[in-house]
Design a protein around this ligand. Sequence first.
Ligand code: ZN
Length: 498
Amino acid sequence: MARIPEEEIDRLKREVSVERLAEAHGVRLKRHGADLIGLCPFHEDHSPSLVISPQKNLWNCLGACGKGGSVIDWVMCAEGVSFRHAVELLRREHFPLAARPGAKPPQRSSTPKLPAPVSQDGDDRALLLQVTHYYHATLKNSPDALKYLQGRGLTSTEMVEQFELGFADRTLGYGLPEKNRVAGAELRGRLQRLGILRETGHEHFNGSVVIPVFNLEGEVVEMYGRKITPGLRPGTPLHLYLPGARRGVWNEQALIASKEIILCEALIDALTFWCAGYRHVTASYGVNGFTDDHRAAFQKHGTKRISIAYDRDDAGEQAAEKLAEELMAMGVECFRVQFPKGMDANEYALKVGPAPKSLGVAIRSAQWMGKGKPKPLITTSVTAVTLHSVHEVNDAAPPLAAVEAAKDETPAPIAEPLPAQAMPDPPTPPPAPTISKNRPSPPRPTPKRSNNISHAVMEVSGSAAAAAKARVAGFRPTILSSTRWSSALVPCRRIDPA
Ligand code: ZN
């Protein structure tokens, strides 16, 4: 369970006025010295027994119920909810503060006071997407989760938006109709089938940063969760996935965009490369997590070269060897990225900074795993393009010119980073997450060109606009087939002006 930060609890106790809560509950308060007194709403009170100290922002019943405490205790009594739920309600300020004179204190509230994070209508795909949006909104308001990402060197806002990173903090259930209601039981049953809730009703990814895996249609096909809570019981799994076989290929757009791919052992490693500007990257699901979906995607998109960036430990070495053998039999050239012994990509990038430079060195010095000499790769020119609702595939784009390749007989793997945007400091007051199908466009990196590698960054909407803009910029674009907007490395050929 993700811990609610002490500071957050202190903040609520400090900032939310118990006087205001009492008044909103219909209690008429009278001044009595430094205190305020009124009829206690939590028992049958005839003489004012409720005492509120505005200075200390505390309350106390001197009558039959004897209750008292902070604003959190107030909400627990008034709404009939748990401590944690009360904190959530206060954090989001979404529970009714309207006066309810004469209202009887509820025994146990059975209706959610939070806005529903997911809706009943829509199929399972829509439901999974809504959960993803909810986790995403939660992450952006979770100082702990953002701090975790920063600690892993993943400080790009663009990354958080692009891959819709999320955080599961157990609050999803608070927003669902209770399980004793028909709607609640139905919705919870569906979330259990999808693997979001466990049979116990608890959230599967509770306390984890969640990385969804989208297919090219923009559907969530897999989720990876990385536990971030310190001091977990020994043996608690740190890496979680949805139940069943692993599905999908993370950042599949990159496979369309580039014939050359960096393959990491884990998604955090892949994000490390991505943040450092190496966007032609994807990941297996763990050291033995190269799946049929990966295999199929590499074949479908015609991947020519893979730099295997698995961990430099025994398990990683063995898996890389085995994988290279298989991939080379498929006609894919394989290189082994040589991190220092024992290190993974993330650790290496953190220890040997700056990451764009150190990862570039690692990629350039990757060792050819086959026999003889590697064939020169045709892809030498790549462009980062952000596409928006592009529907067509333009196969007519000519194969990438070997002009530049000819200059270098054994070209190094793509090792040219793109600029990334820094993440702002974790926010403090969390607004309620909104569920929207229209995702906001993240900030774009500024265009960059260097040497012979042509970089351009453009936002385009629809294939016509894409083509037009790309041509204006002097590029011949390849258009991705995707309804989900995507940022990827798209091979382009510079159109020579003369
Ligand atoms: Zn009382």
